[in-house]
Write a protein that binds this ligand. Structure first.
Ligand code: PRP
Length: 205
């Protein structure tokens, strides 16, 4: 039995669709239920940002989560496969009329992703004050809370409709299959056979 942590929403649906292709059966959570048992799998429905915690603490053997979340949290987990779904970019956003001035001594940046933000600006030798927000990040530069934001851009619509533009792309992200290090040793055959089956679907083979 493998326990699989999935992030609520589209990525969970798209991952279950991969399982449906592999096993030729319907994999669907009953309304409001957070656990689904099918074949030799127990699926857990968790918040996107919580997937690495479930996997790192071995409450789940494997999980599916965005590379941005993996980078931000830095858990010691095994990264197995890029599923090619949930594609987005982590970007620095500024007001349409502004320019990013790397000669300033310091900038204030609002983000949900404080570690990615700190690392990026310190690599550029720019002093940064990071203001941690939990949502509606695009608002921060419009009301003078921050000079810039670091946020997820998928279609670009949210930034555009709020008078912001992408100044830099920090990283590309997509959903990855990850595994707990101990599970990967203890259940290697199960995990690798799932990995291979998923890879065939992802590669369209
Ligand atoms: C993300 C991100 C942006 C938006 C970008 O939020 O924080 O607000 O999506 O998408 P777009 O480029 O297609 O407009 P999300 O919907 O994940 O909600 P959250 O802020 O609650 O995580």
């Amino acid at each position: 039995m493998l326990t699989v942590a999935l992030p609520k929403g589209r990525i969970a649906d798209e991952t279950l669709a991969i399982f449906e292709t592999i096993f030729g059966e319907t994999f669907r959570f009953e309304s409001r239920k957070l656990i689904l048992e099918m074949e030799n799998f127990r699926f857990l429905l968790v918040r996107n940002q919580d997937v690495p915690a479930y996997v790192a603490h071995q409450a789940a053997d494997i999980g599916v989560v965005g590379l941005d979340v993996i980078e931000e949290q830095g858990h010691d987990i095994v990264r197995l496969l890029d599923l090619g779904i949930g594609k987005c970019r982590v970007c620095v956003g500024i007001r349409e009329e502004d320019e990013l001035d790397w000669n300033r001594p310091q900038m204030t940046v609002a983000s949900k992703m404080v570690n990615i933000t700190r690392n990026y600006f310190s690599q550029k030798a720019m002093g940064v004050e990071v203001i941690k927000l939990y949502g509606s990040i695009e608002l921060a530069p419009l009301v003078g809370l921050a000079d810039a934001i670091v946020d997820i851009v998928e279609t670009g619509t949210t930034m555009r409709e709020n008078g912001l533009k992408v100044a830099e792309t920090i990283m590309e992200s997509s959903a990855h299959l990850i595994a707990n290090k101990h599970s990967y040793l203890e259940k290697k055959e199960e995990i690798l056979s799932l990995y291979e089956a998923m890879k065939r679907v992802v590669d369209g083979a």
